[in-house]
Write a protein that binds this ligand. Structure first.
Ligand code: TMP
Length: 242
């Protein structure tokens, strides 16, 4: 992949606070780089993706292979229609979840096998990998305590499922440390944001003085409730509810 853009994925378990951190990171990157920054997500970063998101997260029960294929379909369309074109324009793309979610959730959580699920995603995306993946790491118990409201179909999985997904993420980091950074999500919004900015600034070779610029814990995405998770509150991105 030799597109002029830069691709960042934000990963982590449900309740880790990815959406909140991502919105703040995108606003900060726009301010300090002046570059086009595309903030997107999986599943649901496209119109078709919204339909797939609703089906896989809120629809009738599906077996693990169907689930894996639905996420892979969303990813294929997302990469072909949003991510690759943006990278080719030179944009910084930040995706709230990418292929490591499938490896953690379907490969390990649903026990379909990490290698097969990875192959499926690599086929779906024609091999596109993020330049940097930020893992917001949080113990499943702490994550569950942050989840309020009705749980979606994935969030209803048993606690062992979430232990497996967390272990899988950490294992991925160990296998390829050059492509990942781990940020503890067991902290307040501003500290998590500052640490994340530090990693991104290093990766993009930005002046470290820029890290403190702008709002790290404020209202960048209109989320004023101070909840470190910023997730599991219904429809954070205009999600179609069941
Ligand atoms: P989120 O957008 O609020 O993080 O919710 C997405 C849910 O879908 C979350 O439970 C993780 C799950 N998921 C998978 O199981 N596999 C995937 O490949 C992706 C992208 C998400």
């Amino acid at each position: 992949m030799s597109a002029p853009g830069y691709f960042i994925a934000i990963e982590g378990g449900d309740g880790a606070g990815k959406s909140t951190q991502m919105a703040r990171l995108a606003a900060w990157l726009r301010e300090v780089t002046g570059r086009e920054v595309v903030a997107t997500r999986e599943p649901g970063g496209t119109e078709l993706g919204q339909t797939l998101r609703n089906a896989v997260m809120h629809g009738e029960h599906v077996d693990p292979r169907t689930e894996a294929l639905l996420y892979a379909t969303d990813r294929a369309h997302h990469v072909a229609s949003v991510v690759r074109p943006a990278l080719e324009r030179g944009a910084i793309v930040i995706s709230d979840r990418y292929l490591d979610s499938s490896i953690a959730y379907q490969g390990h959580g649903r026990e379909l096998g990490a290698e097969e699920v990875e192959r499926l995603s690599l086929w779906a995306t024609d091999g596109l990998l993020p330049d940097l993946t930020v893992l917001l790491d949080l113990a499943p118990d702490a994550a569950r305590a942050r989840m309020t409201g009705e749980l979606d179909r994935i969030e209803q999985a048993d606690p062992e499922f979430f232990e497996r997904t967390r272990d899988a993420y950490l294992e991925r980091v160990d296998l390829d440390p050059g492509r990942y950074v781990v940020v503890s999500a067991d902290a307040d919004i501003a500290s998590i944001q500052m640490e994340t900015r530090g990693h991104v600034a290093r990766a993009l070779e930005l002046d470290p003085d820029l890290i403190a610029r702008g709002d790290a814990d404020g209202e960048a995405d209109g989320d004023a409730d101070g909840d470190a998770s910023g997730e599991a509150h219904g429809a954070p991105h205009g999600e179609a509810e069941p």
